[in-house]
Design a protein around this ligand. Structure first.
Ligand SMILES: NC(=O)c1ccc[n+]([C@@H]2O[C@H](COP(=O)([O-])OP(=O)(O)OC[C@H]3O[C@@H](n4cnc5c(N)ncnc54)[C@H](O)[C@@H]3O)[C@@H](O)[C@H]2O)c1
Length: 417
């Protein structure tokens, strides 16, 4: 029987869980019916928000297995921290394989794993349980990115030749929760946390519309990482204070700046370049996502802080700190950009619509765990390149078992300086 509506359960009701809930106003044919969070009060608050926004009759469950077992739940969205990926996925798959529950599919936030082995295991588990899989890389669903690609390929590439250079940057002033800063818990620093977006959206822009991702092939990676701001003692102390003394950037930092250059071969053997820059040390109005695509007779540029809407507050306007103007907002005074609908512009609405539609149609989403594996493999190669200070041919030997020094707590650029 054709399924008409999808019942969705969320695992994780933190920062991104709330973003996905707010995005659901633009999602058709699906209701958020369940929430699990390690902190039950967060799950309750999120479920209440879902009901208040009329996005579904959400209720909380105390375990993932109980949520999967609920007959109303058809698909799970994994929105918990990176270090919980495998335990969460194993519990989902365990509940399906034991016959406790039935699911159509599962989606997972970026990154799919902290390293290549974890990402591959996520894909294996989805296949083992016969689940459709969606990789939540919101930026390839961002309307500016999607529309920009469509126009550039239809007009520019069609007459002047394909694009050859994609440049992407993701920058903000640093993550909101202590676990992101810990190499072991998160998988790395800003390279793992934010370059996953840049690498994937740049790859997306360089791939001809409608073509399979294998059409362009990565051949080598050159990367650089450093810790520019957060090892300065004053800033290292802020991180230590925010984590009850756990985060120790003087001795166990993660990179707050990363750059990479990935060389691809195009469908006709031509050279294509992806250049990415990411940082946790950009103090501007807020989160800045920028993208450029260059071809022989054309160019495209996107910068999420070049907003149509700007507000100005004089020094007489004194208010509390917030993120009501833009994600990772750094000030409340002066001339400031406002992103009108972050859920729309960063791509969450179209991402979730796509995942729901694919699951209801019984099809694998266009952005799936195989893409999550590819992204992780490129990021791990970038870490290898930065550690060895040389260009690395892709795929390098040992990729499957490689764990970056930063994720082992063994990286410190100040050592030996
Ligand atoms: N697409 C994006 O731009 C974007 C932005 C932010 C975060 N993320 C990703 O989303 C994920 C979550 O990040 P966040 O910012 O929401 O983190 P967060 O710390 O704000 O929230 C995580 C939530 O998960 C809960 N949790 C922890 N362990 C759990 C478990 N085992 N089972 C169920 N719940 C558990 C926590 O209690 C918390 O409420 C990360 O993987 C992150 O990389 C993606």
């Amino acid at each position: 029987m054709e399924r008409k509506r999808l019942g969705v359960g969320f695992i994780g009701a933190g920062f991104i869980g709330n973003f996905h809930i707010r995005s659901w106003v633009g999602v058709r044919d699906a209701d958020i019916l369940g929430i699990v969070d390690k902190h039950p009060e967060r799950a309750e608050e999120a479920a209440a928000l879902v009901r208040r926004m009329r996005l579904g009759e959400a209720r909380t469950f105390s375990t993932i297995a109980d949520m999967v077992a609920d007959p109303g739940i058809d698909a799970i969205w994994i929105l918990s921290p990176n270090f919980t990926r495998l335990e969460v996925m194993e519990e989902i798959v365990g509940a399906v394989e034991s016959g406790r529950g039935e699911l159509i599919g599962v989606t997972c936030e970026k990154p799919l794993g902290r390293n290549a082995a974890e990402a591959r295991r996520m894909l294996e588990l989805a296949r083992k349980a016969n689940l459709l899989d969606g990789y939540l890389e919101n930026q390839v669903f961002s309307p500016a990115v999607v529309r920009g690609k469509e126009i550039l390929w239809a007009r520019g590439a069609a007459t002047a030749g394909r694009p050859y250079l994609a440049r992407a940057a993701e920058e903000h002033s640093g993550p909101h929760m202590p676990w992101f800063w810990e190499g072991e818990l998160q998988g790395g620093g800003v390279l793992n946390d934010m370059m996953c977006h840049s690498v994937e959206e740049a790859r997306y822009m360089l791939t001809p519309p409608g073509a399979a991702r294998e059409v362009i092939t990565p051949v080598k990676v050159t990367a650089y990482t450093d810790c520019l701001k957060w090892q300065i003692p004053h800033y290292a102390k802020i991180l230590a204070d925010n984590s009850g003394g756990k985060t120790d950037y003087l001795n166990r930092p993660a990179e707050d700046f990363a750059h990479s250059l990935i060389e691809y071969r195009g469908e006709d053997g031509e050279k294509l370049i992806v250049e990415t820059t990411t940082s946790w040390c950009y103090v501007g109005a807020g989160l800045r996502l920028s993208l450029e695509l260059l071809g022989p007779e054309y160019a495209l540029q996107i910068n999420t802080l070049d907003t149509g809407l700007k507000v100005f507050f004089s020094r007489e306007v004194k208010g509390s700190q917030g993120e009501d103007l833009v994600e990772k907002q750094n000030a409340e005074m002066g001339l400031m950009p406002v992103v009108g609908s972050e859920e729309t512009e960063y791509g969450y609405i179209d991402e979730n619509r796509h995942m729901v539609r694919a699951f209801l149609d019984g099809k694998r989403p266009e952005e799936n765990f195989s893409d999550g594996v590819n992204v992780t493999e490129l990021l791990m190669t970038a870490y290898m390149s930065a550690e060895q200070e040389r260009t690395i041919a892709f795929p390098p030997p040992g990729l499957e078992t490689y764990v970056p020094a930063v994720a082992r707590g063994e990286w410190n650029p100040r050592r030996g300086r």
